[in-house]
Ligand binder design. Structure first.
Ligand code: ZN
Ligand code: ZN
Length: 243
């Protein structure tokens, strides 16, 4: 088993949680547009060769990777940028507000934390600057970019319509079961985060593919409703990190 087919055209291709690549990697998803591929996040830097061999083992050519989209600037989502770009020729896409953090491994990237965890990597330039609202063509598919500040200022989610279902790749702004994860990092903004969840709720996603933890293959909007409730509970203002 080299990848996990999650839905039509959508695969889990890397991530430490499922043993598909390396320690330090967030969940990485591959979108197959037919002739062109897109990767959601590039992990913590140590898993690139395994991700590329996972793609090859699917019978796909890594050089058809058109773009790797960073959902946000945290090290566990951008660490593979340089190596993946060099090995496949893909472009790196990220929100304009995080261009500098990604290119310089600034404070918001948490690169020091990466070092504490034994990871090291070099940055590379962001080629495609996003602002939210863009539509990226990947083969015959269209990815819609949604700006979701809160976890970091330039966090984005990616929406993909597939048949009757709405798929949402949410990075760290929303995870399954209403889990809140890491909410007090540098650059986090609770009021913005709450608004971002409401924005995602309106999309009524069926499937949720988050940066960490489990994914949801149906009924994802219910998990976002739970997350919205947790986000607006009175105790949210006094806790800093809860599961
Ligand atoms: Zn994060
Ligand atoms: Zn993360």
């Amino acid at each position: 088993m080299y990848c996990l087919k999650l839905a039509d055209r959508i695969y889990l291709i890397g991530g430490m949680a499922y043993g598909y690549s390396a320690q330090g990697d967030c969940n990485m998803y591959l979108i197959d547009g037919g002739g062109e591929l897109a990767l959601i996040d590039t992990g913590g830097g140590d898993g690139v060769s395994r991700v590329l061999s996972n793609i090859r083992n699917m019978g796909l050519d890594p050089s058809s990777l058109k773009v790797a989209i960073d959902t946000h600037c945290h090290y566990d989502h951008i660490g593979g940028n340089k190596e993946i770009k060099e090995l496949t020729g893909c472009e790196i896409a990220a929100h304009v507000a995080e261009k500098e953090e990604i290119e310089t491994l600034g404070e918001l990237s948490l690169y020091e934390m990466a070092g504490d965890r034994g990871l090291s990597f070099e940055p590379t330039n962001v080629d495609i600057l996003l602002d939210g609202g863009e539509r990226l063509s990947i083969g015959d598919l269209e990815l819609e970019i949604i700006h979701n500040p809160g976890h970091t200022p330039g966090g984005i989610s990616i929406k993909l319509k597939g048949g009757d279902a709405t798929n949402l790749f949410s990075g760290d702004i929303a995870s399954a079961q209403g889990n809140l994860n890491f909410i007090n990092g540098p650059g986090f903004d609770l009021p913005e985060w709450k608004l971002s969840i409401k924005k995602l709720l309106e999309l009524k996603p069926d499937r949720l593919f988050p940066g960490h933890g489990t994914f949801l293959l149906s009924g994802a909007v219910d998990d976002l409703i739970l997350l919205d409730q947790k986000m607006n509970a009175p105790w949210i203002n006094i806790v800093t990190s809860v599961g």
